[in-house]
Ligand binder design. Structure first.
Ligand SMILES: NC(=O)c1ccc[n+]([C@@H]2O[C@H](COP(=O)([O-])OP(=O)(O)OC[C@H]3O[C@@H](n4cnc5c(N)ncnc54)[C@H](OP(=O)(O)O)[C@@H]3O)[C@@H](O)[C@H]2O)c1
Length: 337
Protein backbone atom coordinates (compact mmCIF):
# COMPACT_ATOMS: atom_id res chain seq x y z
CA UNK A 1 0.00 0.00 0.00
CA UNK A 2 1.32 3.41 -0.84
CA UNK A 3 -0.35 5.27 2.04
CA UNK A 4 0.87 4.58 5.58
CA UNK A 5 -1.84 3.34 7.90
CA UNK A 6 -2.57 5.25 11.10
CA UNK A 7 -1.76 3.74 14.46
CA UNK A 8 -4.84 2.43 16.20
CA UNK A 9 -5.39 2.53 19.97
CA UNK A 10 -3.84 -0.21 22.08
CA UNK A 11 -6.11 -3.12 22.74
CA UNK A 12 -7.52 -3.71 26.16
CA UNK A 13 -9.97 -6.41 27.23
CA UNK A 14 -13.64 -5.41 27.35
CA UNK A 15 -14.91 -4.95 30.88
CA UNK A 16 -18.05 -7.00 30.24
CA UNK A 17 -19.57 -9.14 27.50
CA UNK A 18 -20.64 -5.94 25.72
CA UNK A 19 -18.16 -3.67 23.97
CA UNK A 20 -16.93 -0.49 25.64
CA UNK A 21 -17.76 2.58 23.58
CA UNK A 22 -14.20 3.95 23.72
CA UNK A 23 -12.91 1.54 21.01
CA UNK A 24 -13.59 1.86 17.28
CA UNK A 25 -16.00 -0.82 16.16
CA UNK A 26 -16.15 -2.40 12.73
CA UNK A 27 -18.91 -4.69 11.54
CA UNK A 28 -18.02 -6.83 8.55
CA UNK A 29 -20.52 -9.10 6.85
CA UNK A 30 -19.09 -12.49 5.92
CA UNK A 31 -15.95 -11.68 7.91
CA UNK A 32 -15.24 -15.35 8.69
CA UNK A 33 -14.02 -16.41 5.24
CA UNK A 34 -11.91 -15.32 2.28
CA UNK A 35 -11.19 -11.61 1.90
CA UNK A 36 -13.46 -10.82 4.87
CA UNK A 37 -11.46 -13.11 7.17
CA UNK A 38 -8.24 -11.35 6.20
CA UNK A 39 -9.86 -7.99 6.95
CA UNK A 40 -11.32 -9.18 10.29
CA UNK A 41 -7.90 -10.43 11.38
CA UNK A 42 -5.97 -7.34 10.40
CA UNK A 43 -8.53 -4.86 11.71
CA UNK A 44 -8.48 -6.70 15.06
CA UNK A 45 -4.67 -6.44 15.04
CA UNK A 46 -5.00 -2.68 14.38
CA UNK A 47 -7.14 -2.11 17.45
CA UNK A 48 -10.72 -2.45 16.23
CA UNK A 49 -13.43 -4.45 17.89
CA UNK A 50 -14.57 -6.65 15.08
CA UNK A 51 -18.17 -7.77 14.78
CA UNK A 52 -18.34 -10.61 12.28
CA UNK A 53 -21.88 -10.67 10.94
CA UNK A 54 -22.70 -14.12 9.67
CA UNK A 55 -25.47 -16.68 9.44
CA UNK A 56 -23.24 -19.26 11.15
CA UNK A 57 -21.99 -18.79 14.72
CA UNK A 58 -20.04 -22.01 14.38
CA UNK A 59 -18.10 -20.82 11.31
CA UNK A 60 -17.33 -17.52 13.04
CA UNK A 61 -16.19 -19.17 16.26
CA UNK A 62 -13.92 -21.51 14.28
CA UNK A 63 -12.55 -18.51 12.37
CA UNK A 64 -11.89 -16.63 15.64
CA UNK A 65 -10.10 -19.69 17.06
CA UNK A 66 -7.92 -19.79 13.93
CA UNK A 67 -7.15 -16.07 14.14
CA UNK A 68 -6.17 -16.38 17.81
CA UNK A 69 -3.95 -19.37 17.07
CA UNK A 70 -2.14 -17.43 14.33
CA UNK A 71 -2.00 -14.25 16.45
CA UNK A 72 -1.66 -15.23 20.13
CA UNK A 73 -1.51 -11.52 21.04
CA UNK A 74 -5.28 -11.41 20.36
CA UNK A 75 -6.08 -14.43 22.55
CA UNK A 76 -8.31 -13.68 25.54
CA UNK A 77 -8.84 -10.07 24.46
CA UNK A 78 -12.38 -10.73 23.25
CA UNK A 79 -11.97 -8.33 20.35
CA UNK A 80 -13.74 -10.48 17.77
CA UNK A 81 -17.38 -11.42 18.15
CA UNK A 82 -20.16 -13.06 16.15
CA UNK A 83 -23.35 -11.18 15.32
CA UNK A 84 -26.20 -13.12 13.76
CA UNK A 85 -27.07 -12.03 10.21
CA UNK A 86 -28.66 -13.76 7.27
CA UNK A 87 -28.89 -11.30 4.39
CA UNK A 88 -31.59 -13.35 2.68
CA UNK A 89 -33.89 -12.78 5.65
CA UNK A 90 -34.74 -9.11 6.14
CA UNK A 91 -36.02 -9.81 9.69
CA UNK A 92 -32.54 -11.07 10.49
CA UNK A 93 -31.09 -7.84 9.05
CA UNK A 94 -33.29 -5.83 11.43
CA UNK A 95 -32.31 -8.13 14.31
CA UNK A 96 -28.61 -7.61 13.59
CA UNK A 97 -28.97 -3.83 13.73
CA UNK A 98 -30.99 -4.02 16.98
CA UNK A 99 -28.34 -6.30 18.55
CA UNK A 100 -25.49 -3.91 17.71
CA UNK A 101 -27.47 -0.81 18.74
CA UNK A 102 -28.44 -2.35 22.07
CA UNK A 103 -25.30 -4.37 22.89
CA UNK A 104 -22.50 -2.25 21.46
CA UNK A 105 -23.92 1.25 20.99
CA UNK A 106 -21.29 2.40 18.50
CA UNK A 107 -20.30 1.64 14.91
CA UNK A 108 -17.31 3.27 13.22
CA UNK A 109 -16.97 1.19 10.08
CA UNK A 110 -19.58 -0.89 8.27
CA UNK A 111 -18.16 -3.25 5.63
CA UNK A 112 -20.70 -4.78 3.25
CA UNK A 113 -18.49 -7.68 2.16
CA UNK A 114 -20.71 -10.78 2.08
CA UNK A 115 -21.92 -12.04 -1.26
CA UNK A 116 -23.04 -14.93 -3.36
CA UNK A 117 -20.55 -15.33 -6.17
CA UNK A 118 -21.16 -15.41 -9.88
CA UNK A 119 -20.26 -19.06 -10.37
CA UNK A 120 -23.00 -21.62 -9.92
CA UNK A 121 -25.38 -19.64 -7.70
CA UNK A 122 -28.81 -20.82 -8.85
CA UNK A 123 -31.43 -18.26 -9.82
CA UNK A 124 -33.92 -18.61 -6.97
CA UNK A 125 -36.79 -16.44 -5.78
CA UNK A 126 -36.81 -16.42 -1.96
CA UNK A 127 -39.99 -16.63 0.14
CA UNK A 128 -39.72 -12.82 0.55
CA UNK A 129 -40.16 -12.45 -3.23
CA UNK A 130 -36.58 -11.32 -3.95
CA UNK A 131 -34.05 -13.32 -5.98
CA UNK A 132 -31.40 -14.80 -3.64
CA UNK A 133 -28.28 -13.24 -5.19
CA UNK A 134 -29.96 -9.84 -5.40
CA UNK A 135 -31.11 -10.09 -1.78
CA UNK A 136 -27.71 -11.25 -0.45
CA UNK A 137 -25.53 -8.90 -2.48
CA UNK A 138 -27.69 -5.79 -2.57
CA UNK A 139 -31.15 -5.59 -0.98
CA UNK A 140 -30.00 -7.02 2.40
CA UNK A 141 -26.85 -4.82 2.54
CA UNK A 142 -28.86 -1.73 1.49
CA UNK A 143 -31.37 -2.32 4.30
CA UNK A 144 -28.57 -3.02 6.78
CA UNK A 145 -26.84 0.22 5.81
CA UNK A 146 -30.01 2.27 5.94
CA UNK A 147 -30.92 0.94 9.40
CA UNK A 148 -27.40 1.55 10.70
CA UNK A 149 -27.36 5.23 9.63
CA UNK A 150 -28.61 6.56 13.01
CA UNK A 151 -25.91 4.61 14.90
CA UNK A 152 -23.20 5.63 12.43
CA UNK A 153 -24.37 9.22 12.75
CA UNK A 154 -24.30 9.03 16.54
CA UNK A 155 -20.79 7.56 16.44
CA UNK A 156 -19.36 10.49 14.50
CA UNK A 157 -21.46 13.20 16.18
CA UNK A 158 -21.18 12.14 19.83
CA UNK A 159 -18.07 9.95 19.94
CA UNK A 160 -15.83 11.65 17.38
CA UNK A 161 -15.52 8.49 15.28
CA UNK A 162 -13.98 8.37 11.81
CA UNK A 163 -17.05 6.75 10.30
CA UNK A 164 -17.03 4.94 6.96
CA UNK A 165 -19.32 2.71 4.95
CA UNK A 166 -17.40 0.36 2.67
CA UNK A 167 -19.23 -1.49 -0.08
CA UNK A 168 -17.16 -4.33 -1.49
CA UNK A 169 -17.89 -4.42 -5.20
CA UNK A 170 -15.99 -5.68 -8.22
CA UNK A 171 -14.91 -4.78 -11.74
CA UNK A 172 -17.60 -7.29 -12.75
CA UNK A 173 -20.15 -4.46 -12.44
CA UNK A 174 -19.30 -3.89 -16.09
CA UNK A 175 -21.04 -7.20 -16.90
CA UNK A 176 -24.40 -5.59 -16.06
CA UNK A 177 -26.47 -4.56 -19.07
CA UNK A 178 -25.86 -0.93 -20.08
CA UNK A 179 -28.35 1.79 -19.05
CA UNK A 180 -30.33 -0.65 -16.97
CA UNK A 181 -33.11 0.77 -14.73
CA UNK A 182 -34.70 -0.60 -11.56
CA UNK A 183 -38.22 0.68 -11.08
CA UNK A 184 -39.99 -2.48 -9.85
CA UNK A 185 -39.35 -5.78 -8.08
CA UNK A 186 -39.48 -7.48 -11.49
CA UNK A 187 -36.55 -5.31 -12.59
CA UNK A 188 -34.49 -6.45 -9.58
CA UNK A 189 -35.44 -10.08 -10.21
CA UNK A 190 -34.64 -10.08 -13.94
CA UNK A 191 -33.08 -13.42 -14.95
CA UNK A 192 -31.26 -11.75 -17.92
CA UNK A 193 -30.97 -14.97 -19.90
CA UNK A 194 -32.71 -18.24 -20.69
CA UNK A 195 -30.33 -20.01 -18.34
CA UNK A 196 -29.79 -17.59 -15.45
CA UNK A 197 -28.18 -20.31 -13.28
CA UNK A 198 -25.57 -21.17 -15.92
CA UNK A 199 -22.06 -19.74 -15.94
CA UNK A 200 -22.75 -16.82 -18.31
CA UNK A 201 -26.13 -16.00 -16.74
CA UNK A 202 -24.62 -16.02 -13.24
CA UNK A 203 -21.91 -13.61 -14.31
CA UNK A 204 -24.44 -11.03 -15.53
CA UNK A 205 -26.56 -11.43 -12.39
CA UNK A 206 -23.50 -11.06 -10.14
CA UNK A 207 -22.22 -8.03 -12.07
CA UNK A 208 -25.63 -6.39 -11.80
CA UNK A 209 -25.66 -6.81 -8.01
CA UNK A 210 -22.24 -5.13 -7.89
CA UNK A 211 -23.53 -2.27 -10.04
CA UNK A 212 -26.41 -1.90 -7.58
CA UNK A 213 -23.94 -1.74 -4.70
CA UNK A 214 -22.08 1.02 -6.54
CA UNK A 215 -25.41 2.84 -6.82
CA UNK A 216 -25.73 2.50 -3.04
CA UNK A 217 -22.36 4.27 -2.64
CA UNK A 218 -23.56 6.98 -5.03
CA UNK A 219 -26.89 7.49 -3.30
CA UNK A 220 -25.34 7.51 0.17
CA UNK A 221 -22.86 10.17 -0.97
CA UNK A 222 -25.24 12.37 -2.91
CA UNK A 223 -28.43 12.09 -0.81
CA UNK A 224 -28.58 9.95 2.33
CA UNK A 225 -25.46 11.07 4.20
CA UNK A 226 -25.91 14.83 3.57
CA UNK A 227 -29.52 14.51 4.83
CA UNK A 228 -28.56 13.14 8.25
CA UNK A 229 -29.58 15.40 11.16
CA UNK A 230 -27.00 18.06 12.06
CA UNK A 231 -24.60 17.13 14.81
CA UNK A 232 -24.43 18.73 18.24
CA UNK A 233 -20.64 18.43 18.29
CA UNK A 234 -18.71 21.29 16.66
CA UNK A 235 -16.46 19.38 14.26
CA UNK A 236 -17.69 15.87 13.51
CA UNK A 237 -16.06 14.10 10.59
CA UNK A 238 -18.58 13.60 7.79
CA UNK A 239 -19.48 9.95 7.20
CA UNK A 240 -17.90 8.65 4.00
CA UNK A 241 -19.11 5.88 1.70
CA UNK A 242 -16.77 4.11 -0.72
CA UNK A 243 -16.95 1.24 -3.14
CA UNK A 244 -13.92 -1.04 -2.85
CA UNK A 245 -12.73 -3.52 -5.45
CA UNK A 246 -10.33 -6.08 -3.96
CA UNK A 247 -9.44 -7.31 -7.45
CA UNK A 248 -9.13 -10.94 -8.51
CA UNK A 249 -8.11 -12.74 -5.33
CA UNK A 250 -7.58 -16.39 -4.47
CA UNK A 251 -10.42 -17.49 -2.20
CA UNK A 252 -12.31 -20.83 -2.23
CA UNK A 253 -15.34 -18.99 -3.63
CA UNK A 254 -13.49 -17.22 -6.43
CA UNK A 255 -11.99 -20.56 -7.52
CA UNK A 256 -15.46 -22.09 -7.55
CA UNK A 257 -16.63 -19.61 -10.18
CA UNK A 258 -15.22 -21.89 -12.91
CA UNK A 259 -15.60 -25.64 -13.47
CA UNK A 260 -13.06 -27.57 -11.33
CA UNK A 261 -10.95 -28.62 -14.33
CA UNK A 262 -10.26 -24.92 -15.01
CA UNK A 263 -9.28 -24.11 -11.38
CA UNK A 264 -5.51 -24.66 -11.93
CA UNK A 265 -5.61 -22.16 -14.81
CA UNK A 266 -7.67 -19.62 -12.87
CA UNK A 267 -5.23 -19.89 -9.93
CA UNK A 268 -2.53 -18.43 -12.16
CA UNK A 269 -4.56 -15.23 -12.52
CA UNK A 270 -5.69 -14.81 -8.91
CA UNK A 271 -3.62 -12.78 -6.45
CA UNK A 272 -2.82 -13.98 -2.93
CA UNK A 273 -5.42 -13.27 -0.25
CA UNK A 274 -3.55 -10.36 1.32
CA UNK A 275 -3.65 -8.35 -1.93
CA UNK A 276 -7.45 -8.30 -1.92
CA UNK A 277 -7.84 -8.20 1.88
CA UNK A 278 -5.56 -5.17 2.22
CA UNK A 279 -7.99 -3.12 0.12
CA UNK A 280 -10.61 -3.49 2.87
CA UNK A 281 -8.11 -2.73 5.64
CA UNK A 282 -6.98 0.33 3.70
CA UNK A 283 -10.56 1.53 3.23
CA UNK A 284 -11.23 1.27 6.97
CA UNK A 285 -8.02 2.90 8.18
CA UNK A 286 -6.28 5.03 5.56
CA UNK A 287 -6.01 8.78 6.15
CA UNK A 288 -5.94 9.25 2.36
CA UNK A 289 -9.65 8.43 2.22
CA UNK A 290 -10.25 11.83 3.85
CA UNK A 291 -7.20 13.82 2.76
CA UNK A 292 -7.82 12.95 -0.91
CA UNK A 293 -11.63 13.29 -0.58
CA UNK A 294 -12.29 9.79 -1.86
CA UNK A 295 -15.88 9.57 -0.55
CA UNK A 296 -18.27 8.31 -3.23
CA UNK A 297 -15.54 6.78 -5.36
CA UNK A 298 -14.62 3.23 -6.29
CA UNK A 299 -11.17 2.33 -5.05
CA UNK A 300 -8.96 -0.61 -5.93
CA UNK A 301 -5.58 -1.84 -4.78
CA UNK A 302 -3.09 0.67 -3.38
CA UNK A 303 -5.79 3.29 -3.06
CA UNK A 304 -6.19 3.68 -6.82
CA UNK A 305 -9.38 5.44 -7.91
CA UNK A 306 -11.05 3.10 -10.42
CA UNK A 307 -14.30 4.85 -11.10
CA UNK A 308 -16.11 7.79 -9.62
CA UNK A 309 -19.34 6.28 -8.46
CA UNK A 310 -20.56 9.43 -6.83
CA UNK A 311 -21.16 13.10 -7.33
CA UNK A 312 -18.96 14.81 -9.87
CA UNK A 313 -17.60 11.82 -11.74
CA UNK A 314 -20.42 10.15 -13.57
CA UNK A 315 -22.80 13.04 -13.28
CA UNK A 316 -26.51 13.48 -12.88
CA UNK A 317 -27.36 10.41 -14.97
CA UNK A 318 -25.83 8.02 -12.47
CA UNK A 319 -27.14 9.96 -9.47
CA UNK A 320 -30.66 9.81 -10.90
CA UNK A 321 -30.43 6.07 -11.54
CA UNK A 322 -29.16 5.56 -7.98
CA UNK A 323 -32.10 7.63 -6.66
CA UNK A 324 -34.47 5.51 -8.72
CA UNK A 325 -33.05 2.31 -7.19
CA UNK A 326 -33.53 3.71 -3.70
CA UNK A 327 -37.09 4.86 -4.45
CA UNK A 328 -37.95 1.35 -5.64
CA UNK A 329 -36.58 -0.17 -2.42
CA UNK A 330 -38.59 2.24 -0.29
CA UNK A 331 -41.74 1.87 -2.35
CA UNK A 332 -42.00 -1.89 -1.96
CA UNK A 333 -38.97 -4.01 -2.85
CA UNK A 334 -38.00 -4.26 0.83
CA UNK A 335 -41.44 -5.75 1.42
CA UNK A 336 -41.16 -8.06 -1.58
CA UNK A 337 -43.54 -6.01 -3.76
N1 LIG B 1 -12.35 -13.12 -4.59
C1 LIG B 1 -12.31 -12.30 -5.61
O1 LIG B 1 -11.59 -12.50 -6.60
C2 LIG B 1 -13.15 -11.04 -5.59
C3 LIG B 1 -12.97 -10.09 -6.63
C4 LIG B 1 -13.73 -8.92 -6.60
C5 LIG B 1 -14.62 -8.71 -5.58
N2 LIG B 1 -14.77 -9.66 -4.61
C6 LIG B 1 -15.74 -9.37 -3.54
O2 LIG B 1 -15.11 -9.58 -2.27
C7 LIG B 1 -16.08 -10.01 -1.32
C8 LIG B 1 -15.60 -11.25 -0.60
O3 LIG B 1 -15.40 -12.29 -1.55
P1 LIG B 1 -14.65 -13.67 -1.19
O4 LIG B 1 -14.01 -14.13 -2.44
O5 LIG B 1 -13.85 -13.50 0.03
O6 LIG B 1 -15.90 -14.63 -0.93
P2 LIG B 1 -16.37 -15.58 0.27
O7 LIG B 1 -15.23 -16.12 1.06
O8 LIG B 1 -17.32 -16.57 -0.35
O9 LIG B 1 -17.16 -14.60 1.18
C9 LIG B 1 -18.52 -14.39 1.03
C10 LIG B 1 -19.13 -14.36 2.41
O10 LIG B 1 -20.50 -14.02 2.28
C11 LIG B 1 -21.22 -14.76 3.24
N3 LIG B 1 -22.63 -14.90 2.89
C12 LIG B 1 -23.17 -15.51 1.81
N4 LIG B 1 -24.51 -15.50 1.91
C13 LIG B 1 -24.82 -14.84 3.07
C14 LIG B 1 -26.04 -14.53 3.72
N5 LIG B 1 -27.23 -14.89 3.22
N6 LIG B 1 -25.99 -13.84 4.89
C15 LIG B 1 -24.80 -13.49 5.43
N7 LIG B 1 -23.61 -13.79 4.86
C16 LIG B 1 -23.62 -14.47 3.70
C17 LIG B 1 -20.54 -16.12 3.22
O11 LIG B 1 -20.90 -16.82 4.40
P3 LIG B 1 -21.19 -18.42 4.44
O12 LIG B 1 -19.90 -19.05 4.85
O13 LIG B 1 -22.26 -18.56 5.47
O14 LIG B 1 -21.64 -18.84 3.08
C18 LIG B 1 -19.07 -15.73 3.14
O15 LIG B 1 -18.55 -15.52 4.43
C19 LIG B 1 -17.38 -10.20 -2.10
O16 LIG B 1 -18.21 -9.06 -1.95
C20 LIG B 1 -16.93 -10.31 -3.54
O17 LIG B 1 -17.90 -9.89 -4.46
C21 LIG B 1 -14.05 -10.80 -4.59
Amino acid sequence: MTTPLPTQPTLSPPSSSSFPSSRPVVLITGGHSGIGLYASTHLALRGFYVLIASRSAQKVNEAIEGIEQDHPELKGKGVLKHVQLDLTDLKSVRGCVAEVEGGVGRLDVLINNACLHGGGTPYLILPNGIEQMVCTNFVGPALLTSLFLPLLSKTTAEMGGDVRILNVTSDQHTAAPKNIHFTSLEDFNRPYSKNPSGMAGCRVRYGTTKLLLNFLTTHLTSSLLPALPPSSSSQPKPILALSLDPGWTLTPSSLATVPSFLSPVLKLFLSPLEKGGEVLVWGATSDAVRSKALGGKMIGREGKVLKETGTGGIGEGERERAREVWRSLEEGVWEGR
